[in-house]
Design a protein around this ligand. Structure first.
Ligand SMILES: O=C(O)CCC(=O)C(=O)O
Length: 251
């Protein structure tokens, strides 16, 4: 495993996606935003004051993301960090508009989808150049070693100011990988530039989710896609799910 990731709980890899691929993903996001505009689905996903487009399941919206979640250059890093078998857990977009783009208070991702072996990590794919002015990510190096922390409120925040994390400015095409125990967050977008990221979350398929009353905490449509190796848990894992259509939401 990569020594820096093991020690610090994160890794910034430059140039994973080239300019053409970045543009394809920007166009994919624009298509998704166009389809929801003015519909009941167009909700603000900000945790605190501000604006954020945070739609999940990107690969169900647009095929460009099916290709990108399994991109060979991305997968090469994932197998180094997770192991030979890598499974997609979920995907989402994070579009922070200019002037008012919402911050993310510091948190661990652990309480959103707890697992037993802590293999989960985020690959935050930058589609714009980011810096402190347009709300880049901050991480607290080594904080993954603290294990799961007491989290507060619905947003599961931890008692760390943004300044306790080091800023991770990045260029379009760079990917910041961080473990789901690594404390992270991001500031307000105070600039006149949009900050577009897509975030793919992966795990080792042998890493069992922690169940609450027999139920997995976070289930997304797109979860379970293998992007490297095989899934030794497939037959044990699949029958746990039963799909019940509660409500059909139309635009
Ligand atoms: O990309 C960001 O600004 C933060 C995203 C984040 O912390 C999350 O989705 O858990």
């Amino acid at each position: 495993m990569n020594e820096h990731y093991e020690e610090d709980g994160y890794l910034l890899v430059r140039g994973v996606f080239d300019a053409v691929e970045v543009q394809e993903m920007r166009d994919g996001l624009a298509r998704i935003l166009e389809t929801v505009e003015g519909t009941a689905s167009d909700r603000n996903h900000a945790w605190v004051a501000g604006e954020l487009k945070g739609f999940h399941d990107l690969q169900y919206h647009d095929a460009v993301f099916t290709r990108m979640v399994a991109h060979p250059r991305l997968v090469a890093v994932l197998t180094d960090l997770i192991g030979p078998n890598v499974q997609l857990h979920h995907s989402k977009m994070l579009v922070k508009p200019p002037e008012q783009g919402a911050p993310f208070p510091m948190h661990q991702d652990y309480p959103y989808f707890p697992h037993t072996q802590h293999s989960l990590l985020a690959a935050s794919v930058h589609l714009d150049d980011t810096d402190e002015e347009n709300g880049c990510l901050h991480v607290v190096p080594g904080s993954h070693k603290l294990g799961p922390l007491d989290a507060q409120g619905d947003a599961h925040t931890v008692d760390y100011p943004l300044e306790s994390g080091i800023p991770c400015p990045a260029a379009a095409g760079d990917v910041l990988f961080f473990n789901y125990l690594t404390i992270h967050g991001s500031g307000v977008n105070r600039s006149s530039r949009t900050r577009r990221n897509v975030l793919f979350q992966y795990r080792d398929p042998a890493d069992a989710p922690v169940l609450r009353e027999g139920v997995e905490e976070h289930v997304d449509w797109g979860m379970g896609l293998m992007v490297a190796g095989g899934n030794p848990e497939f037959w044990g894992w699949r029958p746990r799910f039963r799909i019940r259509q509660v409500e059909l939401v139309s635009g």
